[in-house]
Structure formats: structure tokens, C-alpha cells
Design a binder for this molecule. Structure first.
Ligand code: NAD
Length: 491
């Protein structure tokens, strides 16, 4: 962990902006001037401020979204595509400074932040293309001469709520799909990590997306969702965050009959069979577990390892985890940064203490690190049971639990025990076993023998308490489209 002096040197060269709202094509402070402090999780010190919207700001954003929708839906899909591709290019050009801002507000290593931005640009490109393919169809009529047309139309202005773990990518999937479909959108981006998503919006604005098409607000999440979701201007809700909040928002949307996409929590099983390439499985799973300090909805959490290789897996996995270089994300040597906020540190401490008090073995980690900032060591525990909170709740942090299993059906049973069903992983040399486990696990996505999730062109979403709808692949744009049926008897 960097000392306070080193930390200062690392961030001294970067100026963190005063983050504003974006309403009706203009960057603006909140009408009443309110702001919130933004804290650097690597030091615990404030780095900047973000504007805090009140209802008066939201009313302006809603009126602008309504006007913006009328402009945007009438623009051709081809013209929308050109503007979106231009925004992706701007983002690519600015990746370096935006990545540093993201690290200052979120904590992740700058190399991960840069990867997030590169992937965001690819997501924009993909949805821009997909908007040009939002085709309808023609159905043969029962009466000669009748034309039966099924056409796609944008659902209307969207309200999007996104969390702090991937400040840009959580926004860009929603924003790109909405824009490609012809919708306007109001993004309620995360107050804790506001500058990098603002830079994403800036790329679209500077590419020439018309006023009102994209609104950006920050404030009190519950107040904003309570106001926007029932509002008649808003036709669709899309949310990424915890299952508990997702259920509340989906209920509110249901009450007002709004379309919904929900990308919620997970508790991903990683199933390692005895015939797996163990060295490779360990290397890939350690990387995946501790990416973004485990604050990832598809992070593997329960490592189910077949009995004959359990001890060897535990030893290798713990050793590799303990060797991760934890430090300020701006330091190129850091492989894992701090947790994004103090709530996550408190959660990690509580989950480890609960498990240890009920008999878990801590192989490595389990402690805070450094004199300042939200650093927590990569943690591996075993001898866990269902009474422990970590075996029920999503840890959303650098915590792995190791569980031995005997047969495939036992692994599937444990994988399906929880109400979550977002991501799963498996490692085996047997293709038959691979397909059997893929069929047995209740999950939105499963990646076998490698980490192959979250690309723009393939589905991304969950089942059960992990939500519904998908944020990748061709289906994702349909979440922002209505199908209108037109039956015409030409006279
Ligand atoms: P939280 O449940 O308070 O908030 C989660 C997200 O929802 C935040 O972005 C927050 O701003 C937003 N939110 C909260 N209440 C809201 C409301 N009434 N209306 C609209 N938005 C609202 O918890 P947190 O401490 O920020 O995050 C911890 C938990 O959230 C994690 O344990 C994890 O389960 C979940 N989470 C999931 C993801 C994901 O990628 N699926 C991302 C971040 C957090």
C-alpha cells in the first residue's frame, strides 16, 4: 500500500473536475447549488464535488427528455449510428485521462479502468450497428391485398440507474441500447464515482447528439427513482444494483406499468472438476475473483472443488491470492486497488468475522491493509457452511469460499441452492461433463474452461433473484423497442 506521500505524488498530476449535471444540452450546477463530496478510496480524502439534483432539476431533465425523444426518434437509424460511432472514437482517444479519473474515484487499477473504457467504446459501436438492424416483419394476410406489418418503435424516454463498481460500463450498456433504439434517456449515475460517467456523456455530447437526448443527474437515489419511475414522461426503467433495491424499483415500475430491465446481484459458483487443468483454472479464477477487488456482479464467490483435487486447489489458490500486489490503482505495480467505499470494508470485516466465529478456516487475508484508504486483503476461506452469512449473501468484495464436492449432482445442488442465478464458471477436460453442468445450473451465463462473459454481442443477464432482461446481444436492444402491428387494406 502506498504511503500518504507516494499517494500524493501519484495523484498530484491529475485535476479532478467539479462534476456537473447535464440537462437539455448544457452542463450545469444544481439549481439550488447543492453538491456532494467525492472521496478517493485509496486515501479516504475528498477529491472533488458532484452536483446534487433536486426535483426542480429533474423537472427540467424530464421536459428535455420529452423534447429530445421527439428529435431523436425521427432521426434515421443510420444518422444515429454515425453519431454513436463518433462518440466511441472520442472515448478511445480520451481513454488515458478518463481512466485516471476513474481510478481516483473508484480505486481500481488504472489498467482495469482503461480496459473498461476500451470495452465501453466497443459496446457503443456494437449497439450503433444493431440499431440499423432493428427490423420488423411482414405476415401473409388472410384477406388478399391486406398488408400486415410488424414494426419496431422506441419505447420512449428511459430512466437508468447505475452503480459505482463499473462507473462507465454500467451506464454504457443502457445508454447505447437506448440511443440505438431511438429512445432518449436520463441517467442517474453513481454519486460516489461521478466524473468518469460524466466523461462518457461528454463524448456523446461532443459527437453531436442533440440536446435533451441524454440527461445526466446525481442526487439522492431513492428520491430520484421515486420521482422518475412513476412520471408519465418515463416509459422504461433500467437498473443495475442490489437485488433488494431492484425488487423495490421493479414493484414501483409494475405499479405504473413501465417496461423494466433488472441486472442485480449474484453469488457465482465456480465448479472445478478433478479432471480440470488445475494450474490454468487457479490462474484464471484468481484473476477473475480479485478483478475490481471482487466488486463485480459476475465475480466467482463459491469455489466448488471436486474432492480429489480440493487440497491442491486450496493451496495453489490461496498462495496465488496472497501474492496479489494490493495498492493505489494509480501505481502501475498494483494488481488490486482499495474497495470503492467504506461500506464494503465494513461488509468484508463482518462476513469474515461471522464465518470465523462459526468455524471457517482463513487461508489468507481477512484483514484491512495500510494506514489510510479502504484496502482489504484478498481473502480465501474454507470449512464454510450454510449458517454463515457469506454462504447466503453476495460478498461483493475480495472474498472467496472453498467448498469440496463429491459428484456433479452435488455441485449442481450447491450451485442452485441460493436464489441468485447470474454467472457461473466450470473447469473440466470432459466435454460431456461440461455440457451436463451447463444444463444443470440455474444461471443466466456460464463460462467453461475460460472466462468468456460480458462481451457486447452475447447475452448478459440473470435469472431468479439476479433479475430479468439482458444487456448484451441482439435481445438487448429489444428491451428498448415496442412492436407495433399495422394492418392496412390499401384502397
Ligand atoms: P445499495 O443497495 O444501497 O445500492 C446499490 C446501488 O443502487 C447503488 O448504485 C445505489 O445508488 C442504488 N440505489 C440504492 N437505493 C436506490 C433507490 N431507492 N433508487 C435507485 N437507486 C438506488 O448498496 P451499495 O452499498 O451501494 O452496494 C452494495 C450492494 O449493491 C452490493 O452488495 C451488491 O449486491 C449490489 N451492487 C450490485 C452491482 C451490480 O453490478 N449488480 C453493483 C453495485 C452494487
Amino acid at each position: 500500500v502506498a504511503t500518504p506521500d507516494e499517494e500524493f505524488a501519484l495523484s498530484a498530476a491529475i485535476e479532478y473536475p467539479k462534476v456537473q449535471l447535464h440537462i437539455d444540452g448544457r452542463w450545469t450546477d444544481a439549481l439550488d447549488g447543492r453538491t456532494l463530496a467525492v472521496v478517493n478510496p485509496a486515501s479516504g480524502a475528498p477529491v472533488g464535488q458532484v452536483a446534487y439534483a433536486s426535483k426542480a432539476d429533474l423537472d427540467l431533465a424530464l421536459a428535455a427528455a420529452s423534447r429530445g425523444f421527439e428529435v431523436w426518434r425521427k432521426m434515421s437509424a443510420f444518422d444515429r449510428y454515425k453519431l454513436m460511432r463518433a462518440a466511441a472514437e472520442l472515448l478511445r482517444k480520451r481513454a488515458e485521462p478518463i481512466a485516471r479519473l476513474m481510478t481516483m474515484e473508484q480505486g481500481k487499477p488504472a489498467v482495469e479502468a482503461k480496459g473498461e473504457i476500451a470495452s465501453a467504446a466497443d459496446i457503443i459501436d456494437w449497439f450503433a450497428e444493431e440499431g440499423r438492424r432493428a427490423n420488423g416483419w411482414i405476415t401473409p394476410p388472410r384477406v388478399y391485398g391486406v398488408q400486415q406489418l410488424s414494426v419496431r418503435e422506441p419505447v420512449g424516454p428511459v430512466a437508468a440507474f447505475t452503480p459505482w463498481n463499473f462507473p462507465i460500463n454500467q451506464v454504457v450498456r443502457k445508454l447505447s441500447a437506448a440511443l440505438a433504439a431511438g429512445c432518449s434517456i436520463i441517467v442517474k449515475a453513481p454519486e460516489e464515482t461521478p466524473a468518469s460517467p460524466a466523461e462518457l456523456i461528454r463524448a456523446f455530447v461532443e459527437a453531436g447528439v442533440p440536446a435533451g437526448v441524454i440527461g445526466l443527474v446525481y442526487g439522492n437515489p431513492a428520491e430520484i427513482s421515486d420521482y422518475l419511475i412513476p412520471h408519465p414522461v418515463i416509459r422504461k426503467l433500467t437498473f443495475t444494483g442490489s437485488t433488494a433495491v431492484g425488487k423495490q424499483l421493479a414493484a414501483l415500475a409494475g405499479k405504473h406499468m413501465k417496461r423494466v430491465t433488472m441486472e442485480l446481484g449474484g453469488h457465482a459458483p465456480a465448479i472445478v472438476f478433478a479432471d480440470a487443468n488445475l494450474e490454468d483454472a487457479v490462474a484464471q479464477l484468481v484473476r477473475m475473483k480479485f478483478r475490481n477487488a471482487g466488486q463485480v456482479c459476475i465475480s466467482p464467490t463459491r469455489f466448488l472443488v471436486q474432492e480429489p483435487v480440493f487440497e491442491e486447489f486450496a493451496a495453489r489458490f490461496s498462495k496465488m491470492s496472497s501474492e496479489i500486489n494490493v495498492g493505489n490503482g494509480l501505481d502501475p505495480k498494483s494488481q488490486m486497488g482499495p474497495l470503492a467505499n467504506t461500506r464494503r470494508v465494513a461488509a468484508m470485516k463482518a462476513l469474515v468475522a461471522d464465518a470465523a466465529s462459526k468455524g471457517a478456516t482463513v487461508h489468507t487475508g481477512g484483514e484491512t491493509m495500510g494506514a489510510a484508504g479502504n484496502f482489504f486483503s484478498p481473502t480465501v476461506i474454507s470449512n464454510v457452511n450454510e449458517d454463515m452469512r457469506v454462504q447466503q449473501e453476495e460478498p461483493f468484495g475480495p472474498l472467496a469460499t472453498l467448498i469440496p464436492f463429491r459428484e456433479l449432482k452435488d455441485a449442481a445442488h450447491e450451485a442452485n441452492r441460493l436464489p441468485y442465478g447470474l454467472a457461473s464458471y466450470a473447469f473440466t477436460r470432459s466435454n460431456q461433463q461440461a455440457l451436463s453442468i451447463a444444463n444443470a445450473v440455474e444461471t443466466g451465463m456460464i463460462s467453461i474452461n475460460h472466462i468468456g462473459l460480458a462481451l457486447p454481442e452475447v447475452p448478459f443477464g440473470g435469472v431468479k433473484d439476479s433479475g430479468y432482461g439482458t444487456e448484451g446481444g441482439p435481445e438487448a436492444i429489444h428491451a428498448y423497442l415496442n412492436t407495433k402491428f399495422i394492418s392496412l387494406l390499401p384502397l
